[in-house]
Design a protein around this ligand. Structure first.
Ligand SMILES: Cc1cc2nc3c(=O)[nH]c(=O)nc-3n(C[C@H](O)[C@H](O)[C@H](O)COP(=O)(O)OP(=O)(O)OC[C@H]3O[C@@H](n4cnc5c(N)ncnc54)[C@H](O)[C@@H]3O)c2cc1C
Length: 290
């Protein structure tokens, strides 16, 4: 059923403190709205889980990108445009810059935020494999203070997260230690723009002495949550990239997936595509100059 605007309330407190106080006063009653690109779709479909909306779009505390010696700190309210235009993100975090550039269209990139992509928790979200591969941490904030959580533990099941009802994501922290790794990202959709991924991959690797010294492979749209290929990574470590290894990696990667048939694709197609993408990544890593 369509939503009636008169049934909803929207407030826009001027500070982060005021927002978290509101969330704490009535846990679960207020739904934060950042860019609104997911929330407004739910609103239009009459599927919003709350009648009270609190805007966090104008909070300066959630904006800005800070470069520290060991990590980059991205405000959860940064948009895709902020990310894809940022010089350090482009240079050191190309997986994230590329995901930002292929998320929706330009209008969507001007409004959609990284924090919104994380909390919306779609298995098909484009920026999340990059965060997994880069071993990002989240800083969550509430009236109780701040806590830092490795992003890898954030999604606990389909559309389920570790975020408490009175918490916001404040910052996404990404270590700079993988900056010199070979980076590989690919989105497979029905077309190049304005398509939700059938499969997306973000991967990082480093070779040395003719073998794979370090590797991380993360995928979207192939499981209820963004997925890191832990078993595949384990078998690749310390090995030279050769034909038998490529065949074994492909088989192991496919065995790690939990894909489904849905409106965008089939489980069979998704598995086949992942096998090909992992092979392509490893072949390129094998011939990289690193
Ligand atoms: C036309 C269109 C195309 C799209 N294409 C893509 C695409 O290609 N790839 C893709 O991944 N996504 C796509 N999306 C989805 C969407 O744009 C992204 O998920 C976006 O990042 C959501 O951010 P937002 O700020 O708009 O979130 P909102 O809609 O404002 O919020 C989404 C959810 O996150 C919560 N939230 C937001 N910020 C915070 C925070 N800091 N702390 C706690 N909770 C928070 C909200 O309460 C809500 O539950 C598309 C959407 C549309 C409408």
């Amino acid at each position: 059923m369509r939503s009636n605007p008169a049934d909803y309330r929207l407030v826009a407190p001027a500070s982060l403190q005021a927002v978290v106080s509101l969330l704490a006063a009535e846990p679960g009653a207020w739904l934060p709205i950042a860019g609104g690109t997911d929330v407004m779709v739910q609103y239009a479909a009459g599927k919003l889980p709350a009648r009270k909306l609190v805007s966090i779009w104008n909070l300066s505390e959630l904006r800005g990108i800070e470069i520290l010696p060991d990590e980059i700190r991205i405000g959860a309210g940064c948009t895709y445009t902020d990310l894809r235009e940022h010089e350090t993100v482009q240079r050191e975090f190309s997986l994230l810059a590329r995901a930002a550039a292929w998320t929706g269209g330009i209008a969507n990139q001007n409004r959609g935020t990284l924090g919104g992509n994380i909390v919306n928790a779609s298995p098909a979200a484009d920026s999340l494999p990059a965060l997994l591969a880069h071993e990002a941490d989240l800083i969550l904030v509430s009236v109780r203070g701040e806590r830092r959580l490795p992003y890898t533990y954030f999604h606990t099941g389909y559309k389920k997260t570790k975020l408490a009802p009175d918490e916001l994501i404040r910052t996404i922290c990404i270590p700079r230690k993988f900056s010199a790794y070979f980076a590989y990202a690919h989105k497979v959709g029905a077309r190049n723009a304005q398509a939700i991924s059938k499969v997306c991959i973000a991967a990082l690797g480093r070779r040395g002495g003719g073998v794979i010294e370090d590797i991380r492979i993360a995928l979207g749209s192939v499981a209820p949550v963004p997925l890191r290929l832990i078993e595949t990574e384990r078998l690749l470590l310390g090995k030279p990239v050769d034909r038998p290894l490529l065949a074994l990696a492909k088989k192991t990667a496919i065995a790690e997936l939990r894909p489904i048939d849905d409106i965008r694709s089939t489980a069979r197609y998704r598995s086949a595509v992942v096998g090909n993408l992992v092979t392509d990544f490893l072949q390129k890593l094998g011939s990289s100059e690193l």
